[in-house]
Design a protein around this ligand. Structure first.
Ligand code: HEM
Ligand SMILES: *[C@@H]1O[C@H](CO)[C@@H](O)[C@H](O)[C@H]1NC(C)=O
Ligand SMILES: *[C@@H]1O[C@H](CO)[C@@H](O)[C@H](O)[C@H]1NC(C)=O
Length: 492
């Protein structure tokens, strides 16, 4: 036994010497390999990336390179220098790492895939998706149709009397089911395509998502992941096939595009799950955080309600709800503030040819081919106390000027910032669905507030903590929840 251990230790030491050869050259960012061979900082990174990167920032400054599971990742935390990364799609590649994740999470490889065509398709449909509306599958129907259809189904969250519930699951469930019905089609009470089944499987899938991305699933989790994924592929199989599927024209065209590219049936289904995640994965959590911040900040809730009620009072025959819901500066600021606090994606690029990165302060750093570069806007600009006073606090009017116009002048070190919050990424690979997402969240919150009376069970309740294992994966999720009471509003 003791010999085995000694041999193992020796082996590890040898490995350590072999793989830790890399040292820093003068022109490169500070290098921090961590003490564990190969893994480097992977464990700390996965547990709470924000905490880890803050620690590294204090130690090394706004740029440094860390070793994470065999890869070298250069982290840049100076928002004034972000353009040097975002604007360079020649030396820094978006697609490769995206494909690694697609394979790990969705088990999806599309051989002759052209992401540019797919992106152009989504871009072209975003304005149409907005007018067709998130909660109204059919534009003919009244704007509340999907929400009403959903709430009318039994065993859901709405009853005629006062009930209490948590906030997170209902927000996610309602938002995902409505989004799924609108984009993918599907029918209520049909086992094969019922949105509730899709929602339930999706939640299980989403719970394992970070582990799939990091390839840290335990054997039994791996089996669960595979079977959940398989069930979702089955449930999504009919979506986008012809008029009868009830899917949006966007999804029908997307599926058609895959067929034209010669993608087989099985792979098409996998691609549909990717689209479900891309279009729904962040919207539900965003809606939850916003509702939560409004419930725990009565002044913000009053301001948003006031704005919404002035919209309800406008003549609805003259101007349909969707048009009236366009100009909502107070809501927009509250949403921007919500995303500042709860959107935490990594913007990751692979260095495909050696690059000199010039920082805003003039310093130049050499980036090595094969490394990754990672921006983490959550630390800066979003939670940077130099840019946003009391960054931990929700201030719904943070992005409004005194006169009610949009506030967009924010500074760091005397320099006016182009990026003072960055929930959508930016540049060539910034979020294509931004306007659709905003419109969906706005309708969701509008409909919830106008149909329900909501209040906290405990008026002193605070927002739940965030689940620190999700830093880097888009919208954060809560650890814990907010208990609320609700009943239908009778004025509608
Ligand atoms: C609150 C909701 C959302 C958030 C916070 C969000 C955030 C982001 C971010 C940060 C990126 C950039 C990733 C990078 O640069 O590495 C991105 C890309 C993207 N988003 Fe979103 N997104 C949301 C909703 C949506 C929706 C509803 C759609 C679909 C209609 C969508 C479609 C896309 C697509 C297609 C890309 C990839 C762009 C490319 O390939 O260059 N997103 N999103
Ligand atoms: C749907 O599935 C449930 C449980 O799996 C089953 O009890 C029910 O009979 C099914 N309904 C239909 C219409 O197939
Ligand atoms: C935190 O997120 C991970 C990954 O999604 C999940 O597996 C875990 O159960 C979550 N923890 C809590 C306490 O919700």
């Amino acid at each position: 036994m003791i010999w085995t251990i000694l041999l193992l230790v020796q082996g590890m030491l040898l490995l350590f010497v072999l793989v830790s050869k890399r040292s820093r050259s003068e022109k490169e960012p500070p290098l921090d390999k961590g003490v564990i061979p190969w893994l480097g900082h992977a464990l700390e990174f996965g547990r709470d990336a924000a905490k880890f990167l803050n620690r590294m920032k204090v130690k090394h400054g706004d740029i440094f390179t860390v070793r994470v599971a065999g890869r070298y990742v250069t982290v840049l935390l100076d928002p004034s220098s972000y353009d040097a990364v975002i604007e360079d799609s020649v030396s820094l590649d978006f697609t490769r790492y995206a494909q690694v994740l697609m394979d790990r999470i969705f088990s999806l490889r599309i051989p002759h895939h052209n992401p540019a065509v797919e992106k152009a398709l989504t871009k072209q449909y975003v304005p149409i998706l907005i007018t067709h509306s998130f909660l109204c599958g059919q534009p003919k129907n009244s704007c509340t149709c999907t929400l009403i259809r959903l709430t009318a189904t039994r065993n859901q969250m709405f009853f005629s009397t006062c009930h209490s519930t948590t906030t997170y699951s209902p927000s996610l469930s309602l938002s995902l089911r409505a989004g799924y019905l609108t984009l993918f089609g599907g029918e209520l009470n049909n086992n094969r395509t019922d949105p509730t089944n899709v929602y339930e499987e999706y939640r299980k899938f989403d719970n394992l998502l970070t582990k799939m991305a990091r390839t840290t699933l335990k054997p039994e989790e791996k089996r669960t992941a595979q079977s959940v994924r398989g069930r979702l592929w089955e449930l999504l199989a009919p979506a986008g096939l012809g008029e009868g599927s009830g899917s949006s024209p966007w999804l029908r065209d997307y599926r058609h595009l895959l067929q034209e590219e010669g993608v087989d049936e099985e792979t098409q289904r996998r691609a549909l799950l990717l689209q479900l995640w891309a279009t729904q994965g962040n919207v539900g959590p965003a809606a939850f955080w916003l509702l939560g911040f409004l419930l725990t900040n009565p002044e913000a809730m009053r301001a948003v309600r006031r704005e919404f009620s002035s919209i309800s009072e406008q003549d609805s025959a003259q101007c349909p709800l969707l048009d009236r819901l366009q100009h909502t500066p107070v809501f927009d600021s509250a949403l921007e503030e919500t995303l500042r606090l709860s959107a935490a994606p990594f913007i990751t690029r692979e260095v495909v040819q050696e690059k000199t990165l010039q920082m805003a302060n003039g310093h130049k750093y050499q980036l090595r081919r094969g490394d990754r570069v990672c921006l983490f806007p959550f630390i800066s600009p979003q939670m940077d106390p130099e840019i946003h006073q009391e960054p931990q606090r929700f201030k719904y009017e943070r992005f409004l000027n005194q006169d009610g116009s949009v506030k967009n002048d924010f500074f760091k070190g005397g320099r006016r910032l182009k990026y003072y919050t960055m929930p959508w990424g930016a540049g060539t690979n910034g979020c294509v669905g931004k306007r659709f997402a905003i419109s969906s969240i706005r309708q969701f919150v509008y409909l919830v507030l106008s149909h329900l009376e909501l209040e906290l069970c405990d008026s002193e309740a605070q927002m739940p903590e965030v689940n620190t294992s999700r830093f880097g994966f888009g919208m954060l999720q809560p650890e814990g929840d907010l208990a609320i009471r609700y009943k239908p509003r009778h004025s509608h």
